[in-house]
Design a protein around this ligand. Structure first.
Ligand SMILES: [Zn+2]
Length: 334
């Protein structure tokens, strides 16, 4: 279609039709994401999360992927969201903002019934993302995720506010452990990290070694495969020795400190380096041994995928509780 040939009213009409089609297409994308998540296809394809699949395979930018995943999650519980998105009554960003709000509320112990969620969806009809945030702030200011903000306080001091996610908090804790300060402020931790990154500071070999062992052990020990720090040993592990730390380390090294899952569909190896755990290839509960050749390193998505393959989805659903934050799972053994 050559737009230059259209009259102005026709051009406006054509733009409206294009946007309507775009909204409908978004609804179809959400439907697909829901089914892909339900079948855990992203894990089968070697991605550690639906988010990673959306970014790396579907080529969305991080923000676009997160918007769609959040909106899809809300549509699962409140299907009316899809009709409202189709008709343009509610925008994708408002739906995603609502979902982030419900997630934050849940974390602080307040849950909403689907009908209450629908009520709020109706209340943000026709609102922009900012208007939606303001509406939600009236209900619970702490649960409205603030945008990053930078404010000049004095000629030499600037206030920077942003929201740290779980992963960033873990990294901050690790960085803190490397510092000599007894209780550094966040500003000191960030300065230290930046100096390290820019080569203005170097860790002593001793600190580097300590950190390496700490990382290996914290990343490679399952709740039931720890180093003796757990208060209580699970039933299945009673009267059995823990897997030796050297074996755990060897498994981590063999997997090059990343998830060892390889997709049976396309041969893609998972790239995740987050929350890795040493797992049995042939399950411990089915008489799998602690021999090194029966051990592998997996990210949470692939621990879950493997467990479902082994025990079936129905049985495993009772043992998993999926946090709504993508990639974060609470994993308990059958
Ligand atoms: Zn993985």
């Amino acid at each position: 279609m050559n737009l230059k040939l259209l009259s102005s009213p026709d051009l406006i009409k054509s733009a409206e039709t294009a946007v309507e089609n775009e909204r409908k297409a978004t609804g179809v994308v959400l439907d697909h994401l829901r089914e892909i998540e339900h079948r855990r296809l992203f894990a089968e394809l070697g991605y550690a999360s639906l988010f990673e699949y959306c970014v790396k395979s579907l080529r969305y930018c991080n923000a676009s992927a997160q918007l769609r995943i959040d909106a899809m999650r809300l549509s699962r519980e409140v299907p009316e969201v899809l009709e409202k998105l189709d008709s343009g009554e509610v925008s994708l960003s408002s739906i995603a903002t609502l979902q982030q709000f419900f997630r934050a509320e849940k974390k602080s112990g307040k849950s909403y019934a689907p009908s209450e969620k629908l009520d709020l969806v109706i209340q943000v009809e026709g609102k922009s993302r900012e208007e939606t945030q303001r509406k939600l702030a009236e209900i619970s200011p702490a649960s409205v995720i603030p945008l990053e903000h930078v404010r000049v306080l004095t000629p030499t001091q600037i206030e920077i506010k942003f929201v740290a996610d779980e992963e960033m908090m873990k990294l901050i804790a690790e960085m803190k452990a490397l510092m000599n300060e007894p209780s550094p402020t966040y500003a000191q931790i960030l300065t230290f990290a930046l100096q390290l990154a820019l080569g203005e500071k170097k860790l002593t070999p001793q600190r580097r070694a300590q950190n390496q062992v700490r990382r290996e052990t914290s990343q490679s020990t399952s709740p039931h495969e720890g180093t003796g720090q757990q208060k209580e040993r699970p039933e299945s592990r009673k009267n059995r020795p823990y897997i030796p730390i050297e074996t755990l380390r060897a498994t981590v090294r063999r997997s090059e400190n990343r998830c060892a899952f390889v997709s049976p569909v396309n041969g893609q190896r998972c790239k995740s380096t987050q929350a890795l755990q040493v797992e049995h290839i042939h399950p411990f509960a089915k008489n799998g041994t602690d021999d090194p050749e029966n051990l592998t390193l997996l990210c949470p998505a692939h621990q879950r995928f493997q467990a479902i393959q082994e025990y079936g989805a129905e049985k495993m659903e009772r043992h998993f509780s999926v946090f709504e934050y993508d990639t974060v799972f609470e994993l308990r053994r059958p």
